[in-house]
Design a protein around this ligand. Structure first.
Ligand code: 5GP
Length: 314
C-alpha cells in the first residue's frame, strides 16, 4: 500500500516564462517554471500568476496547427489564475486530455506494481525487457498476450501466447477486457488487463512493453506504473550501435540508415506527445549501460522519494 500523503504540489507540463508572455498585465506578478517542475500549492511566498489550463491548451493547439497569433484567446488577467488554490479530491487538472497541470505528492520510497517501457520501434525496448526479466525471475514477471493466430509447431497455449479465436477476442475487446490490441498479417493480438492483475497477484513487478496509448488505462492506483521512456540516441550514435551489434552477430533484422532515422524521429514524437507520463528517461546508447541504468532506477524506488499523482494517495 502507498504510504500516507505528505503534501500536495502542482506540477506543470510545460515551460513558462512570464517575461515572454505578452498577455500578462504585469510580468513581475508572474510565476516562472520549467516543464516537470512541481511547486507547493500552499506556499504564499511563491505565489504568482500562471496561465490557465484553457489558455495553455489553446496556445498549444495553435502552435500545432501553425496558425498565426498564438495569444488571442489568452486575453488578459481574467483568464489567468493564481497558483494558490484549494486542492479538490477529483482534480480538475487531471481530467483534461492534454495534461497541462497535474496535482502530485512527494512520497517516501515505495514499490510500484508495474514497470512500463515506452519507446520507438527499434530502440531496443523488447531486448531490455527480456534481459531485465532474465536478471531476476523471482522479482519480475510479464503478461502473456492473446492471439487469434494458429499455434506454430513448437508453441503451447499459455507459454508465448494464449491461443484463442478471433470471435472471442473481438467480443472481449468490445467488453473492455483488453489493455491494447492490434492486427498483424490478418491475426489479432492483444494483452488482457486481467493478465496484468495475475502477475501482480504473484507478488512480482509486471513489466509491460506497450503502445503509449495504454498509459491512460495504466496510470491509476491499481497498477501504480513506473513509466520509463527508452529514448533513441542521436542518429550518429544509432549508426555506431548498429555497427557494433552487427560485428557482435546480434542483428536479427537488417536496418538501413532510413530505418534508423525513422526510429530517431518516432522517438522524438513520442517524447513530445507523452512526456507527461514518464517517470524517467533512459537514453539507450548501448544495451549494457541501458540495462544497468534501468536496474538502478528501479532500485532507487526503494530508497528515494517519489512524485506520484495525488489520486494514488487519497
Ligand atoms: P508472431 O505471430 O510472429 O509471434 O508476432 C507477430 C507480431 O504480433 C509481432 O510484430 C508482435 O509485435 C505482435 N504482437 C505480439 N503480441 C502482441 C500484443 O499483445 N499486442 C499487439 N498489439 N501486438 C502483438
Amino acid at each position: 500500500e502507498a504510504p500516507a500523503l505528505s503534501q500536495v504540489f502542482l506540477r506543470a507540463h510545460f515551460d513558462y516564462d512570464p517575461t515572454k508572455d505578452t498577455m500578462i498585465p504585469c510580468p513581475d506578478a508572474g510565476l516562472s517554471f520549467k516543464r516537470g517542475e512541481a511547486k507547493r500549492t500552499d506556499d504564499s511566498d511563491e505565489a504568482g500568476i500562471i496561465p490557465s489550463q484553457i489558455c495553455e491548451e489553446r496556445r498549444r493547439s495553435f502552435v500545432r496547427k501553425e496558425r498565426p497569433k498564438s495569444g488571442i484567446f489568452c486575453g488578459g488577467s481574467k483568464k489567468k489564475q493564481k497558483i494558490m488554490y484549494k486542492s479538490a479530491k477529483n482534480s480538475d487538472f487531471d481530467k483534461h486530455e492534454m495534461l497541462v497541470y497535474e496535482e502530485v505528492a512527494r512520497m517516501p520510497p515505495f514499490h510500484r506494481k508495474t514497470l512500463v517501457l515506452v519507446g520507438a520501434q527499434g530502440v531496443g525496448r523488447r531486448t531490455l525487457k527480456s534481459r531485465l526479466m532474465l536478471s531476476d525471475r523471482s522479482r519480475f514477471g510479464t503478461t502473456i498476450p492473446h492471439t487469434s493466430r494458429v499455434p506454430r509447431e513448437d508453441e503451447q497455449s499459455g507459454k508465448n501466447y494464449h491461443f484463442t479465436t478471433r470471435q472471442e477476442m473481438e467480443q472481449d475487446i468490445r467488453a473492455g477486457m483488453y489493455l491494447e490490441n492490434g492486427d498483424f498479417e490478418g491475426n489479432l493480438y492483444g494483452t488482457k488487463v486481467d493478465s496484468i492483475r495475475e502477475v501482480m497477484r504473484s507478488g512480482k513487478m509486471c513489466i509491460l512493453d506497450v503502445n503509449p496509448t495504454a498509459l491512460k488505462i495504466l496510470k491509476n492506483p491499481e497498477f501504480m506504473p513506473f513509466v520509463v521512456f527508452i529514448a533513441a540516441p542521436s542518429l550518429d550514435d544509432m549508426k555506431v550501435r548498429y555497427k557494433n551489434a552487427q560485428a557482435d552477430g546480434n542483428i536479427v533484422r537488417k536496418r538501413t540508415d532510413e530505418d534508423l532515422q525513422k526510429t530517431v524521429d518516432e522517438s522524438e514524437k513520442l517524447y513530445n506527445t507523452y512526456s507527461h507520463y514518464f517517470d524517467c528517461v533512459i537514453k539507450n546508447e548501448n544495451l549494457e549501460d541501458g540495462l544497468m541504468e534501468l536496474k538502478q532506477r528501479i532500485e532507487d524506488l526503494s530508497t528515494e522519494p517519489q512524485w506520484v499523482p495525488v489520486s494514488w494517495v487519497y
